[in-house]
Design a protein around this ligand. Structure first.
Ligand code: AMP
Length: 420
Protein backbone atom coordinates (compact mmCIF):
# COMPACT_ATOMS: atom_id res chain seq x y z
CA UNK A 1 0.00 0.00 0.00
CA UNK A 2 1.24 3.44 -0.89
CA UNK A 3 1.23 5.82 2.08
CA UNK A 4 0.16 8.88 0.13
CA UNK A 5 -3.08 10.84 0.06
CA UNK A 6 -4.96 10.51 -3.25
CA UNK A 7 -4.06 13.02 -5.98
CA UNK A 8 -5.87 16.31 -5.55
CA UNK A 9 -6.41 15.83 -1.80
CA UNK A 10 -4.34 17.00 1.14
CA UNK A 11 -4.04 16.75 4.90
CA UNK A 12 -4.44 19.78 7.10
CA UNK A 13 -1.84 19.02 9.74
CA UNK A 14 -2.30 20.19 13.34
CA UNK A 15 0.39 22.84 12.84
CA UNK A 16 -1.69 24.62 10.20
CA UNK A 17 -5.19 24.07 11.49
CA UNK A 18 -5.26 27.45 13.24
CA UNK A 19 -5.59 29.10 9.82
CA UNK A 20 -8.64 27.02 9.02
CA UNK A 21 -10.16 27.69 12.44
CA UNK A 22 -9.60 31.41 12.01
CA UNK A 23 -11.26 31.46 8.58
CA UNK A 24 -14.14 29.24 9.67
CA UNK A 25 -14.79 31.34 12.77
CA UNK A 26 -14.79 34.58 10.78
CA UNK A 27 -17.14 33.08 8.21
CA UNK A 28 -19.61 31.70 10.75
CA UNK A 29 -19.70 34.89 12.80
CA UNK A 30 -20.25 37.06 9.73
CA UNK A 31 -22.96 34.80 8.26
CA UNK A 32 -24.77 34.85 11.59
CA UNK A 33 -24.51 38.66 11.84
CA UNK A 34 -26.29 38.75 8.46
CA UNK A 35 -29.06 36.45 9.74
CA UNK A 36 -28.00 33.19 8.06
CA UNK A 37 -28.23 29.85 9.91
CA UNK A 38 -26.11 26.80 9.26
CA UNK A 39 -27.45 23.79 7.37
CA UNK A 40 -25.58 20.48 7.16
CA UNK A 41 -26.53 18.11 4.38
CA UNK A 42 -25.09 14.66 3.56
CA UNK A 43 -21.74 14.38 1.78
CA UNK A 44 -23.34 12.09 -0.80
CA UNK A 45 -26.70 12.27 -2.52
CA UNK A 46 -28.58 10.44 -5.26
CA UNK A 47 -26.73 11.08 -8.52
CA UNK A 48 -29.96 12.24 -10.12
CA UNK A 49 -30.13 15.25 -7.79
CA UNK A 50 -27.00 16.75 -9.28
CA UNK A 51 -27.95 15.81 -12.83
CA UNK A 52 -31.09 17.83 -12.36
CA UNK A 53 -29.96 20.45 -9.88
CA UNK A 54 -26.58 21.32 -11.40
CA UNK A 55 -27.49 20.37 -14.97
CA UNK A 56 -26.22 17.53 -17.11
CA UNK A 57 -24.70 19.86 -19.71
CA UNK A 58 -22.33 21.36 -17.14
CA UNK A 59 -18.71 20.28 -16.84
CA UNK A 60 -19.33 19.38 -13.22
CA UNK A 61 -21.96 16.79 -14.05
CA UNK A 62 -20.66 15.56 -17.39
CA UNK A 63 -16.99 15.19 -16.41
CA UNK A 64 -16.21 15.81 -12.79
CA UNK A 65 -18.46 13.80 -10.48
CA UNK A 66 -17.35 11.05 -8.14
CA UNK A 67 -20.19 8.64 -8.77
CA UNK A 68 -20.44 5.11 -7.43
CA UNK A 69 -22.90 2.31 -6.88
CA UNK A 70 -23.62 1.32 -3.30
CA UNK A 71 -24.23 -2.25 -2.21
CA UNK A 72 -27.90 -2.00 -3.19
CA UNK A 73 -26.88 -0.87 -6.66
CA UNK A 74 -28.07 2.72 -6.16
CA UNK A 75 -26.14 5.40 -7.97
CA UNK A 76 -24.74 7.88 -5.46
CA UNK A 77 -22.45 10.86 -5.93
CA UNK A 78 -20.08 12.70 -3.59
CA UNK A 79 -21.44 16.24 -3.65
CA UNK A 80 -19.61 18.43 -6.19
CA UNK A 81 -21.36 21.52 -4.78
CA UNK A 82 -24.04 22.15 -2.20
CA UNK A 83 -26.81 24.22 -3.78
CA UNK A 84 -28.61 21.17 -5.14
CA UNK A 85 -28.55 19.53 -1.69
CA UNK A 86 -29.91 22.70 -0.06
CA UNK A 87 -32.70 22.81 -2.61
CA UNK A 88 -33.49 19.16 -1.92
CA UNK A 89 -33.59 19.85 1.83
CA UNK A 90 -35.76 22.93 1.25
CA UNK A 91 -38.29 20.82 -0.64
CA UNK A 92 -38.03 17.72 1.56
CA UNK A 93 -38.67 19.68 4.77
CA UNK A 94 -41.46 21.82 3.22
CA UNK A 95 -39.61 24.97 4.23
CA UNK A 96 -41.69 27.02 1.79
CA UNK A 97 -44.61 26.64 4.23
CA UNK A 98 -42.67 28.46 6.98
CA UNK A 99 -41.13 31.89 7.33
CA UNK A 100 -39.47 33.20 4.17
CA UNK A 101 -36.89 34.08 3.11
CA UNK A 102 -35.06 31.07 4.55
CA UNK A 103 -31.43 32.16 4.87
CA UNK A 104 -28.90 29.35 5.15
CA UNK A 105 -25.16 28.88 5.06
CA UNK A 106 -22.96 25.81 4.84
CA UNK A 107 -19.31 24.98 5.16
CA UNK A 108 -17.75 21.68 4.13
CA UNK A 109 -15.94 19.47 1.65
CA UNK A 110 -16.94 19.13 -2.01
CA UNK A 111 -15.56 16.67 -4.57
CA UNK A 112 -14.75 17.19 -8.25
CA UNK A 113 -12.64 15.07 -10.54
CA UNK A 114 -10.66 17.79 -12.28
CA UNK A 115 -6.98 18.25 -13.12
CA UNK A 116 -5.35 19.37 -9.86
CA UNK A 117 -3.27 22.56 -9.84
CA UNK A 118 -2.61 25.44 -7.44
CA UNK A 119 -6.04 26.44 -6.13
CA UNK A 120 -7.78 23.45 -7.68
CA UNK A 121 -8.25 20.20 -5.79
CA UNK A 122 -10.37 17.09 -6.00
CA UNK A 123 -11.53 17.45 -2.43
CA UNK A 124 -11.90 21.10 -1.54
CA UNK A 125 -13.97 23.14 0.89
CA UNK A 126 -16.68 25.63 0.20
CA UNK A 127 -18.51 28.13 2.27
CA UNK A 128 -21.79 29.12 0.68
CA UNK A 129 -25.11 30.75 1.37
CA UNK A 130 -28.54 30.17 -0.06
CA UNK A 131 -31.57 32.42 0.46
CA UNK A 132 -34.94 31.08 -0.63
CA UNK A 133 -38.21 32.93 -0.96
CA UNK A 134 -37.56 36.50 -2.11
CA UNK A 135 -36.86 38.10 -5.46
CA UNK A 136 -35.88 41.43 -3.90
CA UNK A 137 -32.62 42.74 -5.42
CA UNK A 138 -31.67 44.02 -1.96
CA UNK A 139 -31.21 40.37 -1.03
CA UNK A 140 -28.82 39.99 -3.99
CA UNK A 141 -26.89 42.98 -2.63
CA UNK A 142 -26.96 41.46 0.86
CA UNK A 143 -25.27 38.22 -0.10
CA UNK A 144 -22.65 40.05 -2.16
CA UNK A 145 -21.94 42.29 0.77
CA UNK A 146 -21.72 39.25 3.10
CA UNK A 147 -19.05 37.70 0.88
CA UNK A 148 -17.08 40.95 0.68
CA UNK A 149 -17.33 41.56 4.40
CA UNK A 150 -15.73 38.18 5.08
CA UNK A 151 -12.83 39.09 2.79
CA UNK A 152 -12.44 42.46 4.48
CA UNK A 153 -12.51 40.93 7.97
CA UNK A 154 -9.80 38.49 6.90
CA UNK A 155 -7.67 41.45 5.81
CA UNK A 156 -8.09 40.94 2.05
CA UNK A 157 -8.69 44.16 0.16
CA UNK A 158 -7.50 43.57 -3.38
CA UNK A 159 -10.58 41.87 -4.73
CA UNK A 160 -12.68 42.60 -7.80
CA UNK A 161 -16.41 42.09 -7.98
CA UNK A 162 -17.76 41.20 -11.43
CA UNK A 163 -21.47 41.52 -12.03
CA UNK A 164 -23.91 40.74 -14.79
CA UNK A 165 -27.52 39.83 -15.38
CA UNK A 166 -28.46 36.73 -17.34
CA UNK A 167 -32.11 37.76 -17.61
CA UNK A 168 -35.04 35.39 -17.26
CA UNK A 169 -35.95 32.33 -19.37
CA UNK A 170 -38.05 34.54 -21.67
CA UNK A 171 -35.55 37.23 -22.61
CA UNK A 172 -32.67 34.78 -22.50
CA UNK A 173 -34.38 32.48 -24.99
CA UNK A 174 -34.54 35.30 -27.56
CA UNK A 175 -30.85 35.98 -27.01
CA UNK A 176 -29.92 32.30 -27.02
CA UNK A 177 -31.47 31.73 -30.44
CA UNK A 178 -29.69 34.77 -31.86
CA UNK A 179 -26.42 33.64 -30.33
CA UNK A 180 -26.64 30.16 -31.87
CA UNK A 181 -27.22 31.89 -35.23
CA UNK A 182 -24.23 34.17 -34.72
CA UNK A 183 -21.92 31.38 -33.60
CA UNK A 184 -22.96 28.97 -36.40
CA UNK A 185 -20.59 30.28 -39.12
CA UNK A 186 -17.68 30.34 -36.63
CA UNK A 187 -18.18 26.77 -35.39
CA UNK A 188 -14.82 25.62 -36.75
CA UNK A 189 -13.05 28.06 -34.45
CA UNK A 190 -14.60 26.66 -31.26
CA UNK A 191 -12.76 24.41 -28.83
CA UNK A 192 -14.04 20.85 -28.46
CA UNK A 193 -15.98 21.70 -25.28
CA UNK A 194 -17.74 24.68 -26.82
CA UNK A 195 -18.51 22.79 -29.99
CA UNK A 196 -20.18 20.06 -27.96
CA UNK A 197 -22.27 22.43 -25.88
CA UNK A 198 -22.95 25.42 -28.07
CA UNK A 199 -26.40 24.37 -29.26
CA UNK A 200 -27.60 23.31 -25.83
CA UNK A 201 -25.77 25.89 -23.79
CA UNK A 202 -24.35 28.60 -26.10
CA UNK A 203 -24.00 31.21 -23.35
CA UNK A 204 -21.11 29.24 -21.93
CA UNK A 205 -19.12 29.99 -25.08
CA UNK A 206 -19.06 33.61 -23.89
CA UNK A 207 -17.03 32.81 -20.79
CA UNK A 208 -14.78 30.18 -22.38
CA UNK A 209 -11.16 31.10 -21.80
CA UNK A 210 -9.80 29.49 -25.01
CA UNK A 211 -8.48 32.32 -27.27
CA UNK A 212 -9.98 30.97 -30.52
CA UNK A 213 -13.43 30.88 -28.87
CA UNK A 214 -12.95 34.45 -27.68
CA UNK A 215 -12.00 35.48 -31.22
CA UNK A 216 -15.02 33.67 -32.65
CA UNK A 217 -17.47 35.59 -30.52
CA UNK A 218 -15.79 39.01 -30.71
CA UNK A 219 -18.30 41.65 -31.69
CA UNK A 220 -21.38 39.52 -30.88
CA UNK A 221 -24.16 41.25 -28.95
CA UNK A 222 -24.38 40.65 -25.21
CA UNK A 223 -27.32 39.44 -23.19
CA UNK A 224 -27.52 42.82 -21.50
CA UNK A 225 -28.93 44.27 -24.72
CA UNK A 226 -31.72 41.69 -24.67
CA UNK A 227 -32.92 42.05 -21.07
CA UNK A 228 -36.67 42.56 -20.72
CA UNK A 229 -38.05 45.49 -18.71
CA UNK A 230 -38.43 43.46 -15.48
CA UNK A 231 -34.92 42.06 -15.69
CA UNK A 232 -33.43 45.47 -16.44
CA UNK A 233 -35.27 46.90 -13.45
CA UNK A 234 -33.99 44.12 -11.16
CA UNK A 235 -30.44 44.72 -12.34
CA UNK A 236 -30.55 48.48 -11.98
CA UNK A 237 -32.04 48.20 -8.47
CA UNK A 238 -29.21 45.89 -7.49
CA UNK A 239 -26.64 48.28 -8.94
CA UNK A 240 -28.20 51.22 -7.14
CA UNK A 241 -28.14 49.33 -3.83
CA UNK A 242 -24.46 48.47 -4.34
CA UNK A 243 -23.70 52.10 -5.26
CA UNK A 244 -25.58 53.40 -2.22
CA UNK A 245 -23.45 51.15 -0.05
CA UNK A 246 -20.12 52.02 -1.68
CA UNK A 247 -19.60 48.53 -3.09
CA UNK A 248 -17.51 48.77 -6.27
CA UNK A 249 -18.08 46.37 -9.13
CA UNK A 250 -17.31 45.86 -12.79
CA UNK A 251 -20.22 45.18 -15.13
CA UNK A 252 -18.97 42.09 -16.97
CA UNK A 253 -20.88 41.21 -20.14
CA UNK A 254 -19.14 37.87 -20.44
CA UNK A 255 -20.02 36.56 -17.01
CA UNK A 256 -22.80 34.05 -17.66
CA UNK A 257 -24.40 30.92 -16.34
CA UNK A 258 -25.94 28.85 -19.04
CA UNK A 259 -28.82 26.99 -17.48
CA UNK A 260 -32.46 27.87 -17.57
CA UNK A 261 -33.02 28.06 -13.86
CA UNK A 262 -30.41 30.77 -13.42
CA UNK A 263 -32.03 34.16 -13.54
CA UNK A 264 -30.94 37.79 -13.28
CA UNK A 265 -27.94 38.34 -11.07
CA UNK A 266 -24.63 36.56 -11.73
CA UNK A 267 -21.48 37.58 -9.89
CA UNK A 268 -17.92 36.50 -9.24
CA UNK A 269 -15.24 37.77 -6.92
CA UNK A 270 -11.62 37.58 -8.05
CA UNK A 271 -8.38 38.05 -6.20
CA UNK A 272 -5.96 38.50 -9.11
CA UNK A 273 -2.76 37.87 -7.15
CA UNK A 274 -3.61 34.24 -6.35
CA UNK A 275 -2.88 33.20 -9.94
CA UNK A 276 -4.74 31.46 -12.75
CA UNK A 277 -7.52 30.23 -10.47
CA UNK A 278 -8.33 33.71 -9.25
CA UNK A 279 -12.08 33.28 -8.71
CA UNK A 280 -12.50 33.11 -4.97
CA UNK A 281 -16.26 32.81 -5.13
CA UNK A 282 -19.28 33.27 -7.28
CA UNK A 283 -22.99 32.91 -7.37
CA UNK A 284 -26.26 34.29 -8.52
CA UNK A 285 -30.02 33.95 -8.66
CA UNK A 286 -31.71 30.70 -9.50
CA UNK A 287 -35.41 31.55 -9.48
CA UNK A 288 -36.25 28.41 -11.48
CA UNK A 289 -34.21 25.85 -9.57
CA UNK A 290 -36.56 24.84 -6.75
CA UNK A 291 -39.32 24.17 -9.26
CA UNK A 292 -36.96 22.32 -11.61
CA UNK A 293 -36.11 20.01 -8.71
CA UNK A 294 -39.77 19.19 -8.10
CA UNK A 295 -40.63 21.85 -5.51
CA UNK A 296 -42.85 24.93 -5.46
CA UNK A 297 -42.17 28.00 -7.58
CA UNK A 298 -39.91 29.76 -5.09
CA UNK A 299 -37.06 32.09 -6.04
CA UNK A 300 -33.56 31.65 -4.66
CA UNK A 301 -30.11 33.14 -4.67
CA UNK A 302 -26.74 31.97 -3.40
CA UNK A 303 -22.99 31.85 -3.77
CA UNK A 304 -20.10 29.56 -2.96
CA UNK A 305 -16.58 30.49 -2.02
CA UNK A 306 -13.51 28.23 -1.95
CA UNK A 307 -11.60 28.04 1.34
CA UNK A 308 -8.36 26.80 -0.23
CA UNK A 309 -8.26 29.87 -2.46
CA UNK A 310 -8.91 32.08 0.55
CA UNK A 311 -5.94 30.45 2.24
CA UNK A 312 -3.79 31.06 -0.83
CA UNK A 313 -4.76 34.72 -0.70
CA UNK A 314 -4.01 34.85 3.01
CA UNK A 315 -0.58 33.27 2.68
CA UNK A 316 0.99 36.66 2.15
CA UNK A 317 -0.50 37.93 5.39
CA UNK A 318 1.31 37.68 8.66
CA UNK A 319 0.54 34.38 10.40
CA UNK A 320 0.97 35.93 13.82
CA UNK A 321 -2.11 38.09 13.54
CA UNK A 322 -4.41 35.11 13.66
CA UNK A 323 -2.29 32.66 15.58
CA UNK A 324 -3.44 32.05 19.12
CA UNK A 325 -1.21 30.71 21.85
CA UNK A 326 -1.89 27.00 21.79
CA UNK A 327 -1.28 26.56 25.49
CA UNK A 328 -1.95 28.86 28.42
CA UNK A 329 0.48 27.12 30.65
CA UNK A 330 3.03 24.31 30.69
CA UNK A 331 3.66 22.44 33.90
CA UNK A 332 7.41 21.82 34.21
CA UNK A 333 8.22 19.13 36.76
CA UNK A 334 11.75 19.73 38.00
CA UNK A 335 11.93 16.68 40.24
CA UNK A 336 10.65 13.23 39.26
CA UNK A 337 9.20 12.57 42.70
CA UNK A 338 6.45 15.15 42.00
CA UNK A 339 5.18 13.39 38.88
CA UNK A 340 2.03 12.08 40.57
CA UNK A 341 1.37 15.50 42.09
CA UNK A 342 1.78 17.11 38.64
CA UNK A 343 -1.03 15.02 37.16
CA UNK A 344 -3.37 16.24 39.92
CA UNK A 345 -2.43 19.88 39.29
CA UNK A 346 -2.92 19.42 35.56
CA UNK A 347 -6.41 18.05 36.17
CA UNK A 348 -7.31 21.06 38.33
CA UNK A 349 -6.01 23.50 35.72
CA UNK A 350 -7.95 21.87 32.92
CA UNK A 351 -11.10 21.74 35.01
CA UNK A 352 -10.73 25.49 35.48
CA UNK A 353 -10.66 25.92 31.68
CA UNK A 354 -6.95 26.62 31.45
CA UNK A 355 -5.20 25.11 28.43
CA UNK A 356 -2.45 23.15 30.13
CA UNK A 357 -0.01 20.37 29.31
CA UNK A 358 3.05 18.60 30.71
CA UNK A 359 5.92 16.41 29.57
CA UNK A 360 5.41 12.64 29.32
CA UNK A 361 8.82 11.68 27.99
CA UNK A 362 11.16 12.23 30.94
CA UNK A 363 12.76 15.43 29.60
CA UNK A 364 15.27 17.30 31.78
CA UNK A 365 14.25 20.65 33.33
CA UNK A 366 16.00 22.58 30.56
CA UNK A 367 14.50 20.43 27.81
CA UNK A 368 11.04 20.96 29.31
CA UNK A 369 11.46 24.74 28.98
CA UNK A 370 12.40 24.34 25.32
CA UNK A 371 9.47 22.01 24.81
CA UNK A 372 7.10 24.53 26.45
CA UNK A 373 8.36 27.16 24.04
CA UNK A 374 7.81 24.89 21.04
CA UNK A 375 4.28 24.18 22.21
CA UNK A 376 3.60 27.91 22.20
CA UNK A 377 2.88 28.16 25.93
CA UNK A 378 2.18 31.63 27.35
CA UNK A 379 3.69 30.60 30.63
CA UNK A 380 5.31 27.83 32.64
CA UNK A 381 4.60 26.62 36.17
CA UNK A 382 7.75 25.37 37.84
CA UNK A 383 7.28 22.49 40.22
CA UNK A 384 10.41 21.59 42.20
CA UNK A 385 11.73 20.74 45.62
CA UNK A 386 11.81 24.34 46.84
CA UNK A 387 8.26 25.08 45.63
CA UNK A 388 6.82 21.94 47.21
CA UNK A 389 8.54 22.62 50.51
CA UNK A 390 7.30 26.23 50.66
CA UNK A 391 3.83 25.36 49.28
CA UNK A 392 4.18 27.81 46.39
CA UNK A 393 4.60 27.71 42.61
CA UNK A 394 6.93 29.71 40.42
CA UNK A 395 5.12 31.15 37.43
CA UNK A 396 7.13 32.28 34.40
CA UNK A 397 5.75 34.46 31.63
CA UNK A 398 7.33 33.14 28.43
CA UNK A 399 6.96 36.44 26.54
CA UNK A 400 8.32 38.87 29.14
CA UNK A 401 10.48 36.22 30.92
CA UNK A 402 9.24 37.68 34.21
CA UNK A 403 8.87 35.21 37.10
CA UNK A 404 6.66 35.44 40.19
CA UNK A 405 6.01 33.19 43.15
CA UNK A 406 2.40 32.43 44.05
CA UNK A 407 0.88 30.60 47.02
CA UNK A 408 -0.25 27.10 45.95
CA UNK A 409 -3.94 27.77 46.63
CA UNK A 410 -3.91 30.94 44.47
CA UNK A 411 -2.43 29.24 41.43
CA UNK A 412 -5.47 29.45 39.15
CA UNK A 413 -6.22 33.10 39.92
CA UNK A 414 -2.57 33.98 39.46
CA UNK A 415 -2.43 32.25 36.05
CA UNK A 416 -5.50 34.15 34.91
CA UNK A 417 -4.07 37.46 36.11
CA UNK A 418 -0.47 36.98 35.14
CA UNK A 419 -0.78 35.08 31.88
CA UNK A 420 -4.16 35.09 30.18
P1 AMP B 1 -18.31 26.98 -8.37
O1 AMP B 1 -19.16 26.09 -7.49
O2 AMP B 1 -17.65 26.23 -9.49
O3 AMP B 1 -19.01 28.24 -8.80
O4 AMP B 1 -17.09 27.44 -7.45
C1 AMP B 1 -17.21 28.36 -6.42
C2 AMP B 1 -15.86 28.52 -5.77
O5 AMP B 1 -15.43 27.28 -5.23
C3 AMP B 1 -14.75 28.92 -6.73
O6 AMP B 1 -14.71 30.30 -6.90
C4 AMP B 1 -13.53 28.40 -6.00
O7 AMP B 1 -13.11 29.31 -5.01
C5 AMP B 1 -14.03 27.15 -5.34
N1 AMP B 1 -13.70 25.95 -6.15
C6 AMP B 1 -14.42 25.41 -7.16
N2 AMP B 1 -13.82 24.30 -7.63
C7 AMP B 1 -12.70 24.12 -6.90
C8 AMP B 1 -11.64 23.14 -6.88
N3 AMP B 1 -11.65 22.10 -7.71
N4 AMP B 1 -10.65 23.31 -5.98
C9 AMP B 1 -10.64 24.35 -5.12
N5 AMP B 1 -11.60 25.29 -5.08
C10 AMP B 1 -12.61 25.18 -5.96
Amino acid sequence: MQAKAPRGTFDVMPGEIFKWHHIEKTIKETAEIFGYSEIRTPIFEHTELFERGVGDTTDIVSKEMYTFKDRSNRSLTLRPENTASCVRAFIEHSVAGGILPAKWYYLGPMFRYDRPQAGRYRQFHQFGVEAFGSNNPQLDAEIISLLLQILTKLGLQDYELHLNSVGCPQCREVYRKQLVGYIGPFKDQLCADCLARYEKNPLRVLDCKVPSCQEAIAGFPYIYDYLCADCLEHYSKLRNTLDDNQIDYVHDNQLVRGLDYYTNTAFEVHIPQIGAQSAIGGGGRYNGLVKACGGPNIPGIGFAMGLERLLLALESLDDQQYKDHKLDVFLAVMDGKYEAQSVKILTQLRQAGIKADKDYNGRSGKAQMKYADKLGARGVILLGEDEMRRNIYTLRNMDSKEQIEVPADHLIDAIKKFLI
